[in-house]
Ligand binder design. Structure first.
Ligand SMILES: NC(=O)c1ccc[n+]([C@@H]2O[C@H](COP(=O)([O-])OP(=O)(O)OC[C@H]3O[C@@H](n4cnc5c(N)ncnc54)[C@H](OP(=O)(O)O)[C@@H]3O)[C@@H](O)[C@H]2O)c1
Length: 269
């Protein structure tokens, strides 16, 4: 089983908040260098200063970049390679959700979501893999979602995008067998980040009971990734919920979720 070279140069996307920021703190004690990528440069600069205060010898590069822009993405990758060397570990974390029934969703937002969650992740992975394969060393950590393994009403496009991330990663894991390069997907349930501000919450229900912190996700993910694990579902409650969902036949899920949808529609109108 291959292990990721966590002592090398790590590129983390979506490092300006939430899970990405927490992942930076988990990688910082072991990595030689970290590239912090997101659009909000001020947040990345603050994070760089916090990480340097913890470990002054860490090489850190702030990479302000909109991953929806392919040219800017390739420029950020070139800058990373010029300053820190080849990417040893790629953490595809940047992403957002849209929680609404499909017919009520804003199409432009859905298209941006798919472009970020699927296309940008594919672009970055496609760029770094040949070098990793040539060095026979590397790791890809993809932040998928519980919706990459399960689904429910109100998340059609988001769950579709995260099914892409999880299926993409599983296929990669098979392709990479015996090459020295490993891949892994993380499938969390609700995490207390800025996610819901962007995704919206049409149910109005608080996920407080099952919500975990980004620090828990990051700690469990990096520990399992370092041991060569391929799939991580952080938190015992969500592990149980997601496992139950995966074992339940689609015919049963359709009945349960269909009933739920009818009840919500009936209540709203
Ligand atoms: N929170 C949850 O409940 C939950 C559950 C399962 C999976 N996830 C997944 O976890 C990942 C991280 O989300 P989070 O919960 O930590 O949410 P978050 O706090 O909103 O963080 C999202 C990150 O993505 C970056 N980002 C967004 N658009 C970008 C773009 N166009 N180019 C570059 N970076 C961009 C944001 O930075 P800027 O705005 O500065 O660009 C931010 O750093 C996502 O893939 C999400 O789908 C979250």
């Amino acid at each position: 089983m291959s292990r990721p070279p966590l002592d090398g140069a790590v590129l983390i996307t979506g490092a300006s908040s939430g899970i990405g920021r927490a992942l930076a703190f988990e990688f910082a004690p072991r990595a030689r260098a970290i590239g912090l990528l997101a659009r909000r440069e001020d947040r990345l600069a603050e994070l760089r200063d916090e990480l340097l205060a913890l470990r002054p010898s860490l090489e850190i590069l702030v990479l302000p970049c909109d991953l929806l822009d392919p040219e800017a993405t390739f420029a950020a990758l070139a800058r990373f390679e010029e300053v820190l060397g080849p990417v040893d570990v790629l953490v595809n974390n940047a992403g957002f959700g849209d929680l609404a029934p499909l017919h009520q969703a804003d199409l432009a937002k859905l298209e941006r979501m798919i472009a970020l969650n699927c296309t940008a992740l594919t672009r970055l992975t496609h760029h770094v893999l040949p070098g990793m394969l040539a060095r026979r060393s590397g790791g890809i950590l993809n932040i998928s979602s519980g919706f990459g393994l399960n689904t429910m009403p109100g998340v059609a496009a988001y769950a579709g995008s995260k099914h892409y991330v999880s299926a993409f990663t599983e296929a990669l894991i098979a392709e990479l067998a015996g090459t020295g390069v490993c891949a892994c997907h993380v499938c969390p349930g609700p995490v207390k980040t800025e996610f819901i501000e962007i995704a919206g919450n049409p149910t109005g229900l608080s996920p407080a009971l099952i919500e975990i912190t980004p620090e828990t996700v990051a700690r469990q993910s990096v520990r399992a990734f370092s041991r060569g694990r391929a799939l991580i579902v952080p938190g015992w409650v969500m592990w149980g919920v997601i496992s139950l969902g995966r074992l339940t036949p689609y015919a049963v899920l359709r009945k349960v979720y269909g009933l739920g949808s009818r009840l919500v529609r009936g209540r709203s109108g």
